[in-house]
Structure formats: C-alpha cells, structure tokens
Design a protein around this ligand. Structure first.
Ligand SMILES: [Zn+2]
Length: 249
C-alpha cells in the first residue's frame, strides 16, 4: 500500500516538473534567460580589415595546355625524334601540365605524348594535382640529349622518346609511340636497367621506402593512370616501377 502511494507521488512530482520545464521555453516572465537585446554589442567597425590594402592570392589551380608540334617545338625535339621513328611529329602533342614539386610548390612541366593520349594525360595529371602526388621535374627528354639514363638520374618525368626498349636493341619502346611515361624514374627504377646497381639508383630498389614521388601499388598515381586504362610496370614480373603505358607493355 505504501509503495503505491510513493509511486503516485513520484509520478505527480514528475508531472509538475515537466509542466514547469515546458513552460520555460516561451515564458519570458521567468526572467532566467539573458536578454540578447540588452547585451552591449562590440563595435564591428573597429575590427574591419581594409580589403583594398590586402592582396588576395588565389589558391593554386591546375592548368594544362595541349599544342601541336610546331616549328618551334620541332626545333626542341631534335634528339628525341628523327626520320624513321614509328610516329610522325604531326601525331605528337606538347602538353604543359601543372604539378606539385618536391619543394611543395606549383610547377609547370612539359610532356610529349601521342595525340590519342593527350586528353587522358591531362586528366591523369589533374588527378595527381588533386592528390598532391609530387613530380620532381618534368621536361622534354631532349634536355638530356634524349639520353634516357641521364634523364633517369635527374629524376625527370618524361614520355615520348624515339628509342629502343632498355636492354633490347632494335625493339621500339612504347615511349617511341608516345604512349608510355616514366614517373620520377630515379626513385622508381626498372629492375632490368643496366644502371640499376649504381649507387644513385640502387637505394630505391627498396620499395618499402616512403620517398616522395615513389610509386606504390594502389597509390594515387597508380589509380590516376588506371582510371585512363594505363597499366603500371610495377606489376610486371621484372618490375619497371617508373613506367605506365596505354598498352600495358
Ligand atoms: Zn618507361
């Protein structure tokens, strides 16, 4: 009997409390709330920064251009292209592509690829830009006299080069067709490169390193190229970690 009474009292008290609380929301006469209108406002004019004296820097944006190989570009490609190459100059395109450097800054690199792959490479580098995948430098391989080994030692990212497969004289490389690219080649060696044992290249055979610009399975670079159907040489039985190509060769 006593328990029933106690329970009824508890319920009654609960109802009273609920009524009191519900009244709180819209009853100004309770006076417990701070009236916002009575609060002194801080003068906004004292905190205004004069916008006219501030130079607003636009956030870095990815830019890219695609141009045919005109006379001026042709004059720069005297090492990488010659008559007898499998692709005529008319089918090649010079791309200017923004990329993040090893210094964390924006750079405009240059790349030559076949016209059929120009748009795809712009999309790939747009993706590399978005994911901040760093490219140390990207200039025409002609800057090294089309010497692939020299370009590799300089960690220069390049695509078109009318040359043979490394270690296979007489066999056109996919680079000779403008449908392959070598990304940060110093830190992404080709295991069959005759120079791979040199002290400059050898450390990067350790693929567990987290060196900037190193390509790893499934990373942003592999994904960016895969989105365009380009395969990664890092998955070959004799891996070429720097190499991506449209044909998978
Ligand atoms: Zn390659």
């Amino acid at each position: 009997m006593a328990a029933v009474v106690r329970r009824a009292l508890v319920m009654l008290l609960g109802l009273l409390a609920a009524a009191s609380c519900s009244g709180d929301g819209d009853a100004p006469e309770h006076g417990a709330r701070v009236a916002p209108s009575s609060t002194p406002t801080t003068a906004p004019t004292t905190t205004t920064i004069a916008p006219t004296t501030t130079t607003t820097t636009a956030p870095p944006r990815f830019d890219a251009t695609i141009v045919p190989v005109d006379e001026a570009v042709r004059a720069r490609m005297t090492s990488s292209w010659r008559p007898g190459c499998p692709v005529p100059l008319e089918q090649l395109r010079l791309l200017t592509l923004d990329h993040w450097g090893y210094d964390g800054l924006e750079h405009a690199g240059e790349l030559v690829v076949h016209q059929d792959h120009a748009d795809a490479m712009v999309r790939v580098f747009g993706s590399l830009w978005d994911t901040r995948f760093p490219i140390e430098r990207m200039q025409l391989v002609d800057a090294y006299g089309a010497d692939d080994a020299a370009s590799t030692r300089d960690n220069n990212t390049a695509a078109f080069n009318c040359r043979d497969v490394v270690g296979r004289p007489g066999a056109w490389s996919e680079h000779a067709f403008g449908r392959a690219i070598d990304v940060n080649p110093l830190v992404n060696p080709y295991v069959l490169d005759p120079n791979v044992g040199d002290p400059a290249l050898a450390p990067y055979l350790d693929r567990s390193l987290a060196t900037p610009g190193m390509v790893h399975a499934g990373d942003a670079a592999v994904q960016a190229f895969a989105a365009e159907g380009w395969a990664w040489g890092g998955e070959w039985s004799a891996p070429d970690y720097q190499h991506f190509s449209a044909t998978g060769r």
